[in-house]
Design a protein around this ligand. Structure first.
Ligand code: ATP
Ligand code: MG
Length: 483
């Protein structure tokens, strides 16, 4: 089953969906598709239903009776036959399963959480009909439940929930990775790609519906692009960061949540740092942090060299951009003063947004790096802090690459890396990494083959270039990161 040409990327997702939906064995099956808003779940599932001649039912927030009527309409369209009026889902689901008995038929119920709001018993009904003696036994319906409220979709399959253990496909549609995002935006200059990704990340809808394909034509157009798009009150992107939080979390009191995100966006990224910045006790921020993690807006990244320590990262670049750049000038931006605001915010954009964002791109590069880059397959990639007691200081490692753990053996460090976006790197950076390598060897890590990696967006000074041929040194530039 060929992926339609208009669907960009998503090869693995498409393959998984097709293999689920085309399975010819008898017995209805269940798949669950989730992912944050606007990542392309509906787009993908609609394309699947069209390609395979299936059913696509987009649920709305309506009463059960109205939803059932719309559902029946969808079944009429599919079968070309009259469909009885359903009194409840107890009638509708067995009828649905009766339709798909001669060939596998994908049946997509999109926005499933909206349906469950009006019909809380629906998951149990589906469970029963899928189970032994249920109407699904002779059916080849491939039921796909889709929704974006991560908290709701997560609960659907967790703990004592009726559908737990029933789904044979669980697909989470993620934002495009940074390389795919650049191709999706049609940007071939890696410098421009990093800047654009720092603002809009890998959410496909931001290019299409939100900005109607307004793409910066070159690096010289970037500042103007920012002013006419994300900082422009007339675009849908302008308020998106504020809406995102409300939509993804279903929280009532956004104040504390915005403050937590603001803390992380301004570099106060440990739980202590967040509590301090927000002005609350550590135990008062555990709940908001958990909610933000569950809705995939915040990611906890453990310190690879200090057990128990971790830093948080905002998963959606647009939120970082909003918190670091837009929130403090909100009133002026709303008055349409973006052209005056942006020049004053640009330095903050580079230091608080692009700098840290580029570090996370380099970590993404490292986790997907081929064996040749670090002399083996990466097992774990992250940041870490190495204490240097003799010099009374700490060395921060931006990109640490560990080999997969090997029981009973010292952990092998494949690479230690430093990242700079807009400053030329020189041999002093290499010296620091080399010092960290020595300290980690003393702590019991295996540093025999550790590659010292310099990731830089601005170039390498001659004294660093001179080390290029050393087998334990890697100078990684933007072209390599995007290749
Ligand atoms: N693979 C893709 N190729 C091309 N365009 C895409 C792709 N995925 C998404 N888009 C674009 O992004 C838009 C948003 O996607 P879609 O509505 O499917 O997201 P969603 O995950 O269903 O969001 P929501 O949770 O808000 O319903 C699409 O209308 C389309 O323009
Ligand atoms: Mg959708």
């Amino acid at each position: 089953m060929q992926k339609p040409g208009h669907v960009f990327g998503r090869d693995a997702e498409w393959a998984g969906l097709v293999s689920f939906a085309a399975d010819a064995r008898p017995g209805a099956t269940l798949g669950v598709v989730s992912g944050r808003r606007r990542q392309g779940k509906s787009y993908l599932l609609q394309s699947l239903a069209v390609s395979m001649g299936g059913i696509y039912f987009p649920a709305l927030e309506l009463t059960e009776a109205v939803s059932l009527r719309l559902f029946a309409d969808e079944l009429i369209r599919f079968s070309g036959r009259p469909v009885p009026q359903f009194r409840d889902w107890l009638e509708a689901i067995p009828y649905l399963f009766g339709l798909g008995d001669d060939r596998p038929v994908p049946v997509v119920i999109d926005e499933f959480p909206s349906l469950v709001k009006a019909s809380p018993g629906l998951p149990s009904i589906i469970q029963r009909e899928l189970g032994p003696g249920g109407s699904g036994a002779a059916s080849r319906a491939r039921l796909l439940l889709c929704g974006s409220a991560m908290s709701v979709m997560g609960r659907l399959l967790s703990g004592g929930a009726p559908l737990r253990g029933r789904a044979s496909l669980e697909l989470v549609v993620q934002p495009f990775g940074y390389r795919d995002a650049a191709r999706f935006w049609g940007i071939s200059d890696p410098r421009l790609a990093v800047l654009v990704h720092s603002v809009v990340g890998g959410t496909p809808a931001y290019r299409r519906e939100f900005l109607r394909d307004d793409v910066p034509v070159g690096i010289a157009d970037f500042d103007d692009w920012v002013v006419r798009t994300v900082l422009n009150t007339q675009t849908a992107l302008f308020r998106e960061a504020r809406y995102l939080l409300a939509e993804e979390t279903e929280i009532r009191d956004p104040l504390l949540y915005h403050s937590v995100l603001s803390a992380v966006a301004t570099g106060n990224a440990t739980s202590g740092g967040i509590a301090n910045y927000v002005g609350r006790k550590a135990n008062e921020i555990t709940h908001p942090i958990t909610v933000l993690e569950d809705s995939r807006l915040l990611v906890r990244e453990p310190d690879l060299f200090r057990t128990g320590r971790a830093r948080y990262r905002i998963a959606e670049p647009l939120i970082t951009f909003y918190q670091a750049v837009m929130s403090r000038d909100w009133a002026r931006l709303e008055r349409g003063e973006a052209p005056a605001v942006w020049p004053g915010a640009r330095a903050r954009f580079l230091s608080q947004v692009v700098g840290p964002h580029f570090e996370s791109l380099c970590r993404e590069f490292a986790i997907t790096a081929g064996d040749d880059v670090f002399g083996g397959p990466p097992g774990e990639v992250g940041g870490g802090v190495v204490a240097d007691p003799a010099n009374r200081t700490q060395i921060e490692i931006d990109v640490a690459v560990l080999a997969p753990a090997d029981h009973g053996r010292p952990r092998r460090i494949l690479s230690l890396g430093e990242v700079k976006w807009d400053r030329v790197m020189d041999a002093s950076h290499l010296d620091r990494l080399s010092r960290a390598r020595d300290l980690l060897a003393v702590k019991g890590f295996d540093t025999q083959g550790t590659v010292l990696a310099c990731y830089c967006g601005a170039g390498f000074a001659p004294d660093l270039q001179a080390a290029r041929d050393r087998t334990d040194v890697a100078l990684i530039d933007l072209d390599q990161i995007y290749s």
